[in-house]
Design a protein around this ligand. Structure first.
Ligand code: RIB
Length: 311
């Protein structure tokens, strides 16, 4: 089995549950506030380890309790945390998350120590990056550092999966060409392919999603997997389109469901399973994550996903 290297953010999540997300200018009340470990990078590393992957992580925390809890939790899950950097001058990143009754959320991240996951740090880990079978990354760390890691992984012929969350205005073509998999959700796809203004009401039909994915494939991405929440996902390659339905579940909290999906794809591919098997495994895993509250608390273990696959 190939090793998975997750490069990304590590946050403390502050979550409040509300009936509906607030509108601009509105003040609303919530019952309670909960703290948990999150960050797309740490979530993906944790999920991949729980799902049976051999995982190592690159990321940065502050010299504080949350930073220490992060490395401890990942270590206990079996993740190799020996390369995680502690920035003595910054606080661990934090995320402010509002979850509404139907499980949907909105998130604002204050990057904190994630900003120290910079080019110098990434370059100092070049050998680790070059020896990874699969590099799995997202976009809550400085872009230059991320891009340098992708190019390094590519040069060493490792597989690269980029979860473009949060989606930037622009990704250089050279980077697109270095991606085996790009895994946006619908909103991220809209932004990346420049079709934001082209679809009325912000809702995309299958044809628009396919056109968006085609534009990214034209830039040189190997496979685009668009995650569509309760509608499942679409997988696009040159000359190939496949749609996968989601599991029917009652969503409680969608936080980290995308992270779980990406981690599951990485684990299955690292095991040499086919793309279709990887996507089906990921749908099953993320279908469990949405039924539970929180980020890392919601991430399922391998045995749970296998049990669900049998039903
Ligand atoms: O994907 C969910 C994650 O996004 C949260 O854990 C939060 O920290 C932000 O990074």
């Amino acid at each position: 089995m190939g090793d998975i290297l997750v490069i990304g953010s590590m946050n403390v999540d502050m979550t409040i549950r509300v009936k509906e997300l607030p509108k601009t200018g509105e003040t609303i009340l919530a019952r309670d506030l909960s703290f948990g470990l999150g960050g797309k990078g740490a979530n993906q590393a944790m999920a991949a380890a729980r799902l049976g992957g051999k995982v190592r992580m690159l990321g940065c925390v502050g010299d504080d309790d949350f930073g220490r809890k992060h490395t401890q939790a990942l270590r206990e899950a079996g993740v190799d945390v020996s390369d995680i950097k502690t920035d003595r001058a910054a606080s661990t990143g934090s995320a402010f998350i509002c979850v509404e009754e139907n499980g949907g959320n909105c998130i604002v991240v204050s990057q904190g120590a994630n900003l120290s996951c910079d080019e110098d740090y990434i370059k100092s880990k070049r050998e680790v990056i070059r020896s990874a079978g699969i590099v799995l990354a997202q976009m809550e760390i400085p872009q230059k550092a991320l891009y340098s890691a992708i190019l390094d992984a590519r040069a060493a012929r490792g597989k690269v999966i980029l979860n473009p969350a949060p989606a930037p205005e622009h990704i250089p073509d050279e980077i697109y060409r270095g991606l085996d998999y790009l895994t946006p959700n619908e909103t991220e796809l809209m932004k990346l392919c420049g079709m934001e203004g082209e679809v009325s009401g912000g809702t995309w039909d299958g044809q628009a999603i396919q056109e968006g994915a085609r534009r990214l494939l034209d830039k040189g991405v190997g496979t685009v997997i668009v995650t569509l929440g309760e509608k499942g996902c679409g997988v696009f390659r040159k000359g190939h389109v496949a749609w996968f339905p989601a599991k029917q579940v009652r969503a409680v909290d969608t936080t980290a469901a995308g992270d779980c999906f990406n981690a599951a794809v990485a684990v299955a591919l690292a095991e040499g399973r086919t793309e279709q098997e990887a996507v089906e495994f990921a749908i099953c895993a993320s279908g469990i994550a949405v039924t539970r509250a929180g980020a890392q608390e919601s991430l399922p273990y391998r045995r749970e996903v296998e049990a669900r696959e049998r039903t």
